[in-house]
Write a protein that binds this ligand. Structure first.
Ligand SMILES: Nc1ncnc2c1ncn2[C@@H]1O[C@H](COP(=O)(O)OP(=O)(O)OP(=O)(O)O)[C@@H](O)[C@H]1O
Ligand SMILES: [Mg+2]
Length: 243
C-alpha cells in the first residue's frame, strides 16, 4: 500500500513541554484519514510540521520525499492550517488570482481556468466577485480550501476545517471532501476534536491524546478491535477501557 504521509518517531518540545512524543503513523493513498484529538492534544503542531512550518525531531515523508527537501515534498500538497489568510478587501477571485500568480509555470489562460475549476469544486461560483469581507465563515473556509487546491494537490491537509461552522456549513465541507476524494482521487488528512464530524466521511482514523498516538487504523479494524458496530463506542472503549 502506498502511503502519502509517513510520520516516524516525531517529537516536538515547546516551552520545555513535550507536545508531541514519539508520534508515528501512516496515511494511505486515496484514503480520507481523520486526525482526532481533544483541544491541546497536538494536532495543529503536527500539521505545522507536515507542512514544513516548524522544526522537529524524527522523520516525515510526504509522497516518499523527506520533508527536509521541502520544495519537492510539498509539490503535490495543498494545506489549510488554522484560519486561512486572505485580503478581506479583495474579492474571492482576486485572492485566488494573487496566489495563482506565484506559480510562474501557468499562463494567464491556465490560471483563469484553474481558478474557475476550484471555485466550482468548493461551491463558490457566482460569489467570486464579492469582497471576502462580506463572506460567511463557511464561505471563508471554502475559499481557504480553494486556495489549497490551486496547485492540483494529490494530498490535501486540513486543520479543523469545520471549526465554528453551523450544521449546514459543516455539511458543505464534508461534501467537498467526499467529492475531492471520490471524483478526483485526492487523499485527505483532516483534523477535528469532534469524532462526530469525521466519522461519516473518514475510512481511516488516527487518535492523538496529550501528544501521543493512542489509536490508528482503518474504520473496520477499529470497530472489530472494539467489538462494536459503532465508532463512538470503540473510542469510548479505547479512552475509558469500557468502564
Ligand atoms: N508556541 C507554543 N509554546 C508553548 N506551548 C505551545 C505553543 N504552541 C502550542 N503549545 C501547546 O502545545 C500543545 C498542543 O497544541 P496544538 O495547538 O498542537 O493542539 P491542538 O490539538 O491543535 O488543539 P486544538 O484542538 O485546540 O486546536 C498545547 O498544550 C498548547 O498549549
Ligand atoms: Mg489546533
Amino acid at each position: 500500500m502506498t502511503h502519502l504521509i509517513e510520520v516516524n518517531n516525531v517529537s516536538k518540545v515547546l516551552s520545555r513541554r513535550r507536545v508531541l512524543d514519539a508520534v508515528s503513523f501512516n496515511v494511505p493513498k486515496f484514503s480520507i484519514t481523520g486526525f482526532i484529538g481533544p483541544n491541546g492534544a497536538g494536532k495543529t503542531t503536527l500539521i505545522r510540521i507536515l507542512t514544513g512550518l516548524i522544526s522537529f525531531q524524527g522523520d516525515v515523508k510526504l509522497n516518499r520525499v523527506p520533508i527536509s527537501n521541502k520544495t519537492e515534498a510539498l509539490r503535490e500538497v495543498g494545506a489549510m492550517v488554522e484560519t486561512p489568510v486572505f485580503s478581506l478587501y479583495m474579492t474571492g477571485y482576486q485572492n485566488l488570482y494573487a496566489l495563482a500568480m506565484l506559480d510562474s509555470s501557468m499562463s494567464k489562460q491556465e490560471r483563469k481556468k484553474r481558478i474557475a475549476e476550484v471555485l466550482e469544486l468548493v461551491g463558490l461560483t457566482g460569489r467570486e466577485h464579492h469582497k471576502v469581507k462580506g463572506y460567511s465563515l463557511g464561505m471563508k473556509q471554502r475559499l481557504g480550501i480553494a486556495q489549497a487546491l490551486l496547485n492540483h494537490p494529490d494530498l490535501l491537509i486540513l486543520d479543523e476545517p469545520t471549526n465554528g461552522l453551523d450544521p449546514m456549513g459543516i455539511k458543505e465541507i464534508r461534501d467537498i471532501i467526499l467529492k475531492l476524494n471520490r471524483e478526483r482521487g485526492v487523499t485527505i488528512f483532516v483534523s477535528s476534536h469532534l469524532l462526530g464530524e469525521l466519522e461519516k466521511i473518514c475510512d481511516h482514523f488516527i487518535v492523538i491524546q496529550e501528544g501521543k498516538i493512542v489509536k490508528q487504523g482503518s474504520k473496520e479494524s477499529i470497530l472489530i478491535e472494539g467489538g462494536t458496530e459503532h465508532l463512538e463506542d470503540a473510542f469510548l472503549q479505547l479512552m475509558f477501557g469500557g468502564q
